[in-house]
Design a protein. Sequence first.
Length: 432
Amino acid sequence: MSYQGLLNKLKRNPASITDFQSFIEKTNLPLRLIEPKGAVILKSDYFKSRTNFCKTLQWAGLHQRSCQKAHREVLRESMRWGEAIISKCCYFTMQIAAPVMEGQKCVGSLIASPFLLISPSELQPEELVLRKKDKAAKQKTFEKALASLPVLKNEEARQAADHLFRLADKLSDPDLGNLIKVRDAQVLQGRISDQICILKNLDREFSPQTLSKLFYDREKEVIAKIRLGDREGAKEILYQLLAIALIQYLENFELLKISILELLILFSRAAAEAGAKIEEMLGMKYKFITELAQTKSQEDLCLWLVKVFEKLMDRIYETRHNKNYQRLKKVLDFIENHYNDPLKVEQVAKEVYLSSSRLSHIIKNELGVTLGDYISKVRIDKAKVLLKERELPISQIALEVGFPDQSYFTKVFKKIERCTPMTFRQNTIQSV
């Protein structure tokens, strides 16, 4: 798509111009659509003013090429990371950039700039003086143009970046699917790498047998989270499972595929048990197995599994309104608020008007663990936060999370985390 091609597309699709204007109105940011050689295809009214900041800098002697260079650099970063990028433009101003694509070719860029992340009053005095030895009149014009720049908070800039990327996606042909895949891959790679580092910091040597045992234990945990409909908790364990699988089968892609297939079957069964329609699960499972057979790289395999997981969780949320789930949620909320109390099954059962045996049955059925094991897991998770963030003695942490003494706390911690609280704290400090 050439300059003329992009221009013709805008003419054929007036909604694109409406979206362009909508971005300007919602963010209050100046915006330009620029083709690769630097020609401006579309721009906001801000640039039509003779006193806009960019023209003021050119009038004062700053060459336009420095801005163009900044635009090219941020566009490269945007394509590298698969998202709209916020970066410095020229002087102390900021810019947000996102590419417009035709297939895998960049045919233009959306540049939202100039704007500031801090008020002009917070800039250093030397930053407010033109770099050239100009007349006082130019300095006053410069300061007036500076005062007209929009000032965004960090969160506002992030939201504007998300909005700009969506706009670029609409202008692209067919869309920014390839870049979104790059972004998702970068995020997933980072999460899996974090989990691999955590595994390496555990005080144990890993063999095929110990890795298989760890994988099996994490499988039980993820099933419990899926049954609960705990999307974020389940996803965190999913990253751990992928990290273990990659350590095990880094050199054997076919075995990695088999491991992923086992997870797929496990997730599908857990989703059905959690309330998703069985006939829908069967149809999805067949489709997923077909897709899995066509996947050719580790990166695509991991991305694919995360997307499958999201689809399965969506199905659970669509059908999750049964009475047991509501009771279970109330129980878990109660435990979350009273984990440091000496909890008993009878006390918890009373909260949801069930007998102790009936509550124990529901917990075992829905979570795959006993009530006591679940309470211990919650307490250990709270203890891990205290071990990371505070320098409390371990004996004090044990009391704060509901254990009667340090030795019992250490015993339970080691059973769940496979290391002592002291080792966990030391590994956390080393990894920072």
